[in-house]
Design a protein around this ligand. Sequence first.
Ligand code: AMP
Ligand code: TRP
Length: 323
Amino acid sequence: MRILSGIQPTGTPHLGNYLGAIRNWVANQNDESLYCVVDLHSLTGEIDPATLNANTRQLFAALLACGIDQERCTLFIQSQVSWHSQLSWLLECVASYGELKRMTQFKEKAERQGAYRVGLLTYPVLMAADILLYQTTHVPVGDDQRQHLELAREIAERFNHRYGATFVVPQGMVPEFGARVMDLQEPTRKMSKSISSPQGSIDLFDTEADIAKKIKRAVTDTDNEVRYDWENKPGLSNLLDIFGAITSRTPTEIADGYQRYGDLKNDLAEALIATLAPIRNRYEELLQDPAELSRLAKVGAAKADPIAARTYQQAAAAMGLLS
Ligand code: AMP
Ligand code: TRP
């Protein structure tokens, strides 16, 4: 089982990233798994160079703080392995404009950004390159990436059909609970680095006081019956999902143990703090040593590079490029 996944350094990682993705990366890490900070993907939106630079370093440290271990798996920065952008070009000549234009995330972001960059349209092709370069079999992601993953499969199949068997066709690994953490203030919208208000999102580096306050103020309904019911009680159901994901219980099981919203919120805040506070402490320690972070990133890139090079060369040769 070869695993690859990526996360963008656009803003601070939040609880949705942790429960939907990072936590599963940690659980599945071994010498066949690769994880990357996809800095090239962040260039598709407006981001100033100093911010991108700082975010990339911070996210790399955050992943280590969450438990990713460079000795057990491969953790790298996408732009430090040059084959990603190279394979992306080859795959841009396999994907079609029509299928990219239909991507939900593209449509939403294009509408919000107005004059968008071409990279926003071709973004899923770069993601397909990330995945296919490593002959990945499994891709742990949150629910919002299902469509992009389907496209990566489609591109792999089309390439294999047109040029001969080259890529493994990957499959997604979406967690049962926590795959779609919603905004605490607007529970019908997903928690997001770019859209959520500070009160709507729990960042991995929030202080204990912030976490407690945000959970306490999370929007719920007024009928005060603790029940797991997404249709009528999205705010409460989101809290139950989060609670379930961090304590490995089902949301319904948790709901059965409470009569009042207040008690549930207090216990959830406590459980979240117990999970996140050690991550935050470790993150702060790691940030003290930028030279060690750079060294670790280079170690990861050196492990990823030969695997990616091999696949790229196979794909290029299959398409008729001279080696
Ligand atoms: P991104 O921050 O968009 O690079 O996403 C990194 C990973 O976190 C991807 O696997 C996403 O599917 C996952 N993710 C992002 N937002 C959420 C959310 N609100 N709930 C669950 N998973 C999420
Ligand atoms: N597009 C993904 C997101 O926004 C991030 C990503 C880029 C990714 N490359 C990937 C995820 C490869 C999984 C595998 O969340």
